[in-house]
Design a binder for this molecule. Sequence first.
Ligand SMILES: [Zn+2]
Length: 150
Amino acid sequence: MLIAAHSISGGVLGELVGNPVAAFIGAFLLHFVLDWLPHYDTTDDGVFTLRQIAFIIFDAIIAALIILFVIGFSFTTHQLFFWGALGGIFPDIIENLLIRNDEPIYGNLGLSFHRFHVSVHLAQPGAIAGIGMQLIVVVISLFAYYSIAK
Ligand SMILES: [Zn+2]
């Protein structure tokens, strides 16, 4: 899923669980549940094309704007959101640090992680349906934040 969907859902989960370690681990695990939902990814067959880089930057800016709108600049009072958001995107950070062009850089651990991460992804729908699904994840997360977590 996109950075926006993983970081916002993870951040909200973090606020809900109320503990930084649980926020990070819970959001890390939530990442794989969300990747299991049919969605749309930015990968152009694992190669960093200009189109993909532009898409990732756009995705990160949207995520940052939504998060700033929700919690503002008060990261000290929203540390749980921060740890949750970091846990939510951490699997993709690991993926990009350990894997290059489908080949693991750091041996078996990277390969095992990569295989598991890929295995939770089901057949992907087209861009509209896939991004629509991620929009639903963001909306549900924000609804949970404003109705329960805040
Ligand atoms: Zn992922």
